[in-house]
Ligand binder design. Structure first.
Ligand code: ADP
Ligand code: ADP
Length: 234
C-alpha cells in the first residue's frame, strides 16, 4: 500500500510582483512502513515539500494522494482533520508549550480530536512511557534537556496513533550523541509501530539511518536511492 503519492507537485509563492517557484514538478511514491530522508541545500524546497505532505499547505498544481485518498483539493478545515487523525509532526525546535507541563503538551492533539479527559491522560501517559519520559509528566519543558524535550515532542506526535510521521530537522538542535538517541526513537516508531517516517535533514550521517535517501535541489528531485546498509541507532 502507498502512504504518499505525489504527482507533478508544483508550488508557487506569490511575493508581490515576483513569483517564487519553490517546487517545480515533484513526483514521488512512498510506501507504508518506509523510512525516508530528504536532503538538499537551503532553499531547495524541502520545507515546502514537507508542508504539503503534512497537509499544512496546498500545492499550486499536481495531485497528492495520502493513503490512497486525493487530498490536493480539500479545503483548510478538511486538511486540518486529516492532519490531526493521520499525521504526527516533529520539529527541530521541539515546539513545546513552555507554560504547560509535559503531560498537557502531549495531550494537545487529543484535545483537538475531542477525546475524553480520562482517556486523554491515559493515552498521553502511554506515549510518554513509550519514549521513556513518563517520570517527567509533571515537569515543564524548560526543565528538560533538548533530547528530553524532543522525546516529549515525539510522544505528542504519536499520541493520535498516526500512520505517518513527518520530521523537519529533528536532530538539528541536538549534539551528536543525543541525535543518535533521538534517531533510535524514530527508528523504533518505524519498526515497532510500523509508522511511515519522512525526515528532512541536512546531516548526511543522520540521513543514512533511513532506508531511502531523496535529494532535492532547486524544487526538483535530483536523486532517489535506497541506502545500502542503513545505520541502526539502537
Ligand atoms: P528549504 O526547506 O529546502 O530550505 P523552502 O521550502 O523553505 O526550502 O524554500 C524553497 C523556496 O521557497 C525558497 O526560495 C524560499 O525562500 C521560498 N519560500 C518558502 N516558503 C515561502 C513563503 N511562505 N513565501 C514565499 N517564499 C517562500
Ligand atoms: P527551514 O528550511 O529551516 O524549515 P526556512 O527558513 O526555509 O526554514 O522557512 C521558515 C519559514 O519561513 C517557513 O514557514 C517558510 O515557509 C517561510 N519562508 C521561507 N522563505 C520565505 C520567504 N522568502 N518569504 C516568506 N516566507 C518564507
Amino acid at each position: 500500500k502507498t502512504a504518499i503519492v505525489l504527482e507533478n507537485i508544483k508550488k508557487v509563492y506569490n511575493m508581490g510582483e515576483t513569483q517564487i517557484f519553490a517546487l517545480k514538478g515533484i513526483s514521488l511514491t512512498i510506501r507504508e512502513g518506509e523510512m525516508v530522508a530528504i536532503m538538499g541545500p537551503s532553499g531547495s524546497g524541502k520545507s515546502t515539500l514537507l508542508n504539503i505532505m503534512g497537509c499544512l499547505d496546498r500545492p499550486t498544481g499536481g495531485t497528492y494522494y495520502l493513503g490512497g485518498e486525493d487530498v490536493s483539493r480539500l479545503n483548510r478545515n478538511q486538511l486540518a482533520l486529516i492532519r490531526n487523525k493521520r499525521i504526527g509532526f516533529v520539529f527541530q525546535s521541539f515546539n513545546l508549550l513552555g507554560r504547560f507541563p509535559v503531560l498537557a503538551n502531549v495531550q494537545l492533539p487529543l484535545v483537538y480530536a475531542g477525546v475524553g479527559k480520562k482517556e486523554m491522560a491515559d493515552r498521553a501517559r502511554e506515549a510518554l512511557d513509550w519514549v521513556g519520559m513518563l517520570k517527567y509528566a509533571d515537569h515543564y519543558p524548560g526543565q528538560l534537556s533538548g533530547g528530553q524535550q524532543q522525546r516529549v515532542a515525539i510522544a505528542r506526535a504519536l499520541v493520535n496513533n498516526p500512520s505517518l510521521i513527518l520530521a523537519d530537522e529533528p536532530t538539528g538542535a541536538l549534539d551528536s550523541r543525543t541525535s543518535i538517541e533521538i534517531i533510535s526513537v524514530i527508528q523504533r516508531l518505524n519498526i515497532e509501530k510500523g509508522i511511515t517516517v519522512v525526515m528532512v535533514t541536512h546531516e548526511k550521517d543522520i540521513a543514512l539511518y533511513c532506508r531511502r535517501l531523496i535529494n532535492v535541489k532547486d524544487g526538483r528531485i535530483l536523486g532517489d536511492t535506497p541506502v545500502a546498509n542503513p545505520g541502526n541507532a539502537a
